[in-house]
Design a protein around this ligand. Structure first.
Ligand SMILES: [Zn+2]
Length: 73
């Protein structure tokens, strides 16, 4: 897979990614598998991973404004 920004080679890695749900709610998902460009640092979340974390982001709106979650494959 190549970077959509610079065409560099994307490499699989695990990292912590913050998702801003709305103005006040942020979820940080830890150990998320992403593709990262070795050249420009652009990160890409693959569709199947996005589908898996969507339920995590959507539920539990009663939680605090900043919530840290762990991605479990
Ligand atoms: Zn790049």
């Amino acid at each position: 897979m190549n970077c959509q920004v610079c065409g560099g080679l994307m490499q699989a890695k695990f990292t912590d990614i913050p998702f801003k749900l709305d103005q006040h709610n942020i979820r940080i998902i830890k150990d998320l598998p992403v593709q990262e460009c070795g050249q420009c640092g652009e990160t890409l979340i693959e569709d199947h991973v996005m589908e898996e974390i969507e339920p995590l982001l959507g539920k539990e709106k009663h939680l605090s404004e900043l919530e840290v979650m762990r991605y479990a494959a």
